[in-house]
Design a protein around this ligand. Structure first.
Ligand SMILES: C[S@@+](CC[C@H](N)C(=O)[O-])C[C@H]1O[C@@H](n2cnc3c(N)ncnc32)[C@H](O)[C@@H]1O
Length: 237
């Protein structure tokens, strides 16, 4: 669905049908997801400018339309997800790349990632600073799981690593039919409730803000504040 909204080529008729049904309940989604992907781009560019040359991406979805390896063009990138169809699609898209790979990875348990893939595409994991991309995932994890997961990532990543993370705000609650489509496990959070979940990860001075307002390249786009995002750093021990 996100690939469809971003104008990509890697989706199926069932995705288009679901995207159209969601838009009937919510309104246009392309601008909202465009801003979310633009936030990914600006955050990844910032990480690369700080010297990060290896990225680990959780809940990656379809690895195209301005995704991490297309932004950080010198870096190596491991995309991970739990959905077998997404993983197979990602692997076929990246088959010709020697810089980006795709494999299974449950974000809540980094031990599920194939160590060979991890060390190939995120060399020095745990020893040198890397970029951790955790976008579009928080809504599917309860507070306790998210807190534990982010803390385990903090412990596993080397000092100097950077984390890009976002979450769904309560804006979707204004669209009850659309909210119902997300299922009972879908979690929205007010920004003040998200900050403590970051644990030891320290937000940059940009803070936790609507994604369109995170270091915008020009005047921020006027889109619903459906997602807030933050870039956070892992301090020295
Ligand atoms: C809303 S999509 C976000 C895709 C992409 N990150 C983006 O922001 O456009 C959520 C993705 O997270 C994946 N996912 C859900 N639970 C997960 C988990 N525990 N670990 C890893 N991926 C998960 C889903 O399969 C799906 O591809």
């Amino acid at each position: 669905m996100i690939d469809f909204w971003l104008g990509g080529q890697h989706h199926f008729p069932v995705d288009v049908a679901a995207a159209n049904a969601f838009e009937q309940a919510y309104g246009p989604c392309a601008p909202v997801f465009g801003e979310l992907r633009a936030f990914l781009g600006r955050a990844v560019r910032e990480m690369a400018e700080q010297g990060v040359d290896g990225f680990l991406v959780f809940g990656a979805g379809v690895p195209t339309m301005g995704n991490v390896h297309e932004v950080a063009t010198e870096a190596t990138v491991l995309y991970t997800d739990v959905d077998p169809v997404t993983i197979r699609l990602g692997q076929s898209i990246l088959a010709g790349s020697d810089r980006a790979g795709y494999g299974f990875g449950d974000a809540t348990d980094i031990g599920t990632i194939d160590p060979a893939q991890l060390h190939r595409f995120v060399p020095g994991w745990g020893r040198r600073p890397v970029g951790v991309v955790f976008l579009g995932l928080a809504a599917f994890l309860d507070d306790a799981t998210l807190t534990r997961t982010l803390d385990e990532l903090y412990a596993a990543a080397a000092p100097g690593s950077l984390l890009a993370v976002d979450f769904d705000t309560e804006e979707l609650a204004c669209h009850p039919q659309a909210l119902a489509m997300m299922g009972p496990q879908f979690r929205m959070r007010p920004p003040a409730a998200f900050a403590p979940l970051l644990g030891r990860w320290a937000p940059t001075a940009d803070g936790i803000v609507p994604v369109a307002e995170w270091r915008p390249d020009g005047p921020p786009a006027r889109v619903p504040d459906a997602f807030h995002g933050v870039l956070a750093t892992r301090a020295e021990d």
